[in-house]
Write a protein that binds this ligand. Structure first.
Ligand SMILES: NC(=O)c1ccc[n+]([C@@H]2O[C@H](COP(=O)([O-])OP(=O)(O)OC[C@H]3O[C@@H](n4cnc5c(N)ncnc54)[C@H](O)[C@@H]3O)[C@@H](O)[C@H]2O)c1
Length: 274
C-alpha cells in the first residue's frame, strides 16, 4: 500500500464546499452531505439565499456556512475558501455544481452566451480545483466532484454551449484524476438526468414546456444527486477515481422517448424547443 493510500485510510472528509448550493441540485447535495455529518459550505452568487439555507441547516443541528461566491472569479474563490477555512478548517471536498444551461445551436449561440456558459460551468469549476489543489496535495487528501449531465456524453439539439461545457467538465474530471493519482486526491463526476429544480422550471417555462415536470417518469431528485455525491466523497470511494457516475434512470443510454415520458404525457416526444 502506498503512503498516499495509508494516509487516505486515516482521513475522513470533514468539510465540503458546494457551489451553486443556494437552491436546486446544489442545495440537495449540501443537505445530504450535512446529514452524513460533514460541515458544509453553501457557496453561491445568491449569497442571501445561501445564508438562509445554511441557517436552516444549522437550526437542524448541522454544521453549515453560507458564503458569497462567483465561480468565474479567482479572487472570489480565494475569499470564499478563506471564509470556509476560518469557520471549519481546510476544505476536504469540492463539489462543482454551479451551472447554467442556456439554449442555442452551433449557429444561434452568440460569443457572449458561449463565454458566459463556458465561463461558469467549465472555467468556474477549474478555478475552484486550481485554488484547492495545493492544500489537497499538501495534506495528501482531497475529493473533487464535478456535477456533469447526461449531456456530457449525449448531445441534444439546442444545447450547444451547455453540451460542450459538460463534455469539457468530463475531460477535466479525468485529466485531474490522472494528474493527481499519486497525491491522495480523487476526481469524479456525477452526471444527473432531468432534475426538478427552480432553474429547470424557469428554463422549461421559457422554452415551451410549461407543465414541467409533469409527465416525466424518470425524474431525479436533488437528494438522489446528493447521495451519489456522498458516495464519491465518502470512505467507500477511496479508490474510485476518474469515474462518471450516471444518475439518470437510464436516460444516458435511452434512444426512445418511452424511457422518459409516461404513456399519456402531453409532451411525449424527446425533443427540446429552442
Ligand atoms: N436540473 C437538471 O435537470 C439538471 C440535469 C443535469 C445536470 N444539472 C446540473 O446541476 C447543476 C445545478 O443545476 P440546477 O438545475 O440546480 O440549477 P439552478 O439554476 O436551480 O441552480 C443553480 C445555482 O447556481 C448558482 N450560480 C449560477 N451562477 C453562479 C456563479 N457564477 N457563481 C456561483 N453560483 C452560481 C445559482 O445562483 C443557483 O443557486 C448545474 O451544473 C446543472 O448543469 C441539472
Amino acid at each position: 500500500m502506498s503512503r498516499a493510500e495509508e494516509t487516505n485510510q486515516n482521513r475522513k472528509v470533514k468539510v465540503a464546499l458546494v457551489t451553486g448550493a443556494a437552491q436546486g441540485v446544489g442545495l440537495g447535495i449540501a443537505q445530504v452531505l450535512a446529514r452524513h455529518g460533514l460541515a458544509v459550505v453553501l457557496a453561491d452568487i445568491q449569497s442571501d439565499l445561501a445564508n438562509h439555507e445554511a441557517d436552516a441547516l444549522k437550526a437542524q443541528g448541522h454544521m453549515a456556512l453560507g458564503v458569497a461566491l462567483d465561480v468565474t472569479s479567482a479572487e472570489s474563490w480565494r475569499a470564499a475558501i478563506l471564509q470556509s477555512e476560518a469557520a471549519f478548517g481546510p476544505v476536504d471536498a469540492l463539489v462543482n455544481n454551479a451551472g447554467i444551461s442556456p439554449r442555442g445551436t452551433a449557429e444561434t449561440t452568440s460569443e457572449e452566451l458561449w463565454e458566459t456558459c463556458l465561463g461558469i460551468n467549465l472555467k468556474g469549476s477549474w478555478l475552484g480545483i486550481r485554488e484547492l489543489l495545493p492544500g489537497f496535495r499538501q495534506r495528501r487528501f482531497g475529493r473533487i466532484v464535478n456535477i456533469g449531465s447526461t449531456r456530457s456524453t449525449r448531445p441534444l439539439r439546442g444545447l450547444f454551449a451547455y453540451g460542450v461545457s459538460k463534455a469539457g467538465m468530463l475531460a477535466m474530471t479525468q485529466q485531474v484524476a490522472v494528474e493527481y493519482v499519486n497525491d491522495g486526491i480523487t476526481s469524479n463526476m456525477v452526471a444527473p438526468g432531468w432534475v426538478d429544480t427552480p432553474g429547470e422550471r424557469l428554463l422549461q417555462k421559457r422554452h415551451g414546456r410549461e407543465d414541467f415536470p409533469a409527465g416525466l417518469k424518470n425524474l431525479i431528485t436533488p437528494e438522489d444527486v446528493g447521495e451519489a455525491t456522498w458516495y464519491v466523497v465518502g470512505p467507500a470511494a477511496d479508490r474510485v477515481n476518474g469515474l462518471v457516475l450516471y444518475l439518470d434512470a437510464g436516460l444516458a443510454v435511452a434512444d426512445d422517448a418511452g424511457m422518459i415520458y409516461l404513456p399519456n404525457a402531453q409532451h411525449n416526444r424527446y425533443e427540446q424547443r429552442l
